[in-house]
Design a protein around this ligand. Structure first.
Ligand SMILES: [Zn+2]
Length: 326
C-alpha cells in the first residue's frame, strides 16, 4: 500500500489513523493545526475526502462527518476515507465564518483555493489544505450550512466529461431533492470548483444553519446519505438507495434586504415561490407591521433569513432558479 501522509496523520496499512495538519502559525508562535482522520480499508478503492467548517461556524457538517466515521470499519472498506472535520479552526473557535486573524480582503476560505504559500493567512490555509487534497483525493464532499435548521440542498461540479458524471453520481447518492449542477463559471476559488478542474469529482452539501441551528435528525440523515455515497462508489457493500428524481436548478439568486427591522419569515426551505410570494413580515420597534418581504423571482427557497431582526443588505432569501425534475 502507498503511504498517505497528511500532517502527522500517516496511513500505511488498513486501519484508522488520526493526526493534525499545520495550516498556519498563531501570533504567539504556536502552530495553527486542524484535525485529520484517515480510515483506510483492506481493499483498494477511491479516496473520498470529506471536510467541514470551511466557514468556521458551520458545525453541522463536522457532526455528519463524525457520525459517518463512527460507522466505518476498515475490514469492510474498499479504499480510504480522509476526513478533516474542522478546516477553518480559528473561525471555528470563535463561532464565526472567517478567521479572526485574517485582516485583509475578507478571507473567505471557500474563495481561496488552491491557495498561495506566500499569500494572506486564508490563502496560506487554502494552500496547506489543498496540497494533500489534490495529491490523494479522487472524490470530495464539502459540508456547509446556511441560516436556519431546515436548510437541505446540494451542488455538484457540472464541469463536463467524466468529472461531471462522477460528481453527479455523488449528488444522486446523497439525494437532496434540491440540487444545483454548478456550472464552472460560478464559485471560483471554492474547493468544489478547484478540485473539479483538477479532475476530482466534487459536491457541496448545505445542511442546517449557522452555529447550533441544526438537529440530531439532520445529522443522522446526513450520515446515512453520506454512507450511501460510499455504497455508490462500491467502498462498502449494500444496495444503493435510489432517491428518485431530483429538482435541478439552472442557477441561484441572492436577494438582499432593502429595509430593516424585526422580521418573521413565513416560508420554509424547500418551499416553491413565485414572483410576489410573501416571504415574511417586517415590524418596527413599536410593534407595528412595516410591510411584507416578497419574492422577486420564481423558484425554490434554499435559505431564508431567520429573523428576529434584519438590517438592510443582509441576505433575505436565497432562491434556486428554474427547478426541473431530472
Ligand atoms: Zn459555508
Amino acid at each position: 500500500m502507498k503511504e498517505i501522509k497528511i500532517g502527522t496523520a500517516v496511513s500505511k496499512t488498513a486501519g484508522r489513523k488520526t493526526g493534525a495538519l499545520r495550516i498556519g502559525t498563531l501570533p504567539d508562535g504556536s502552530p495553527m493545526e486542524i484535525p485529520v482522520v484517515i480510515v483506510r480499508g483492506k481493499k483498494p478503492g477511491p479516496v473520498l475526502w470529506l471536510h467541514g467548517c470551511v466557514h468556521g461556524n458551520e458545525y453541522c457538517g463536522t457532526f455528519i462527518i463524525h457520525a459517518l466515521l463512527a460507522r466505518l470499519k476498515p475490514a469492510a472498506l474498499a479504499g480510504t476515507v480522509v476526513a478533516l472535520p474542522a478546516l477553518n479552526i480559528t473561525a471555528f473557535q470563535k463561532g464565526q465564518r472567517m478567521s479572526p486573524f485574517e485582516g485583509f480582503a475578507g478571507g473567505d476560505l471557500n474563495r481561496n483555493f488552491p491557495g498561495d504559500p506566500d499569500g494572506t493567512l486564508t490563502q496560506q490555509m487554502g494552500h496547506a489544505i489543498y496540497k494533500p487534497l489534490k495529491r490523494y483525493a479522487t472524490h470530495l464532499v464539502d459540508f456547509h450550512t446556511a441560516m436556519t435548521e431546515d436548510v437541505r440542498w446540494a451542488l455538484y461540479a457540472a464541469v463536463g466529461g467524466k468529472v461531471e458524471k462522477e460528481s453527479e453520481k455523488l449528488a444522486r447518492a446523497f439525494g437532496y431533492s434540491s440540487t444545483l449542477p454548478a456550472p464552472p463559471t460560478i464559485l471560483g476559488g471554492s474547493a468544489l470548483m478547484t478540485a473539479a478542474k483538477d479532475g476530482i469529482a466534487a459536491m457541496i452539501v448545505e445542511c442546517g444553519g449557522k452555529g447550533p441551528a441544526f438537529t440530531e435528525e439532520a445529522v443522522e440523515d446526513g450520515a446515512e446519505r453520506l454512507h450511501n455515497i460510499l455504497r455508490a462508489l462500491k467502498m462498502v457493500s449494500g444496495a444503493v438507495t435510489d432517491h428518485g428524481k431530483l429538482n435541478y436548478f439552472s442557477n441561484f439568486a441572492w436577494v438582499h434586504a432593502t429595509k430593516g427591522g424585526l422580521f418573521q419569515r413565513s416560508v420554509r426551505c424547500g418551499d416553491r415561490i413565485e414572483p410576489g410570494s410573501v416571504l415574511g413580515q417586517f415590524y418596527d420597534l413599536h410593534g407595528r407591521p412595516n410591510g411584507e418581504a416578497t419574492a422577486p423571482k420564481a423558484g425554490i427557497v434554499l435559505a431564508i433569513h431567520p429573523g428576529p431582526m434584519i438590517g438592510s443588505g443582509e441576505t433575505l432569501v436565497h432562491i434556486g432558479l428554474d427547478p426541473r425534475e431530472v
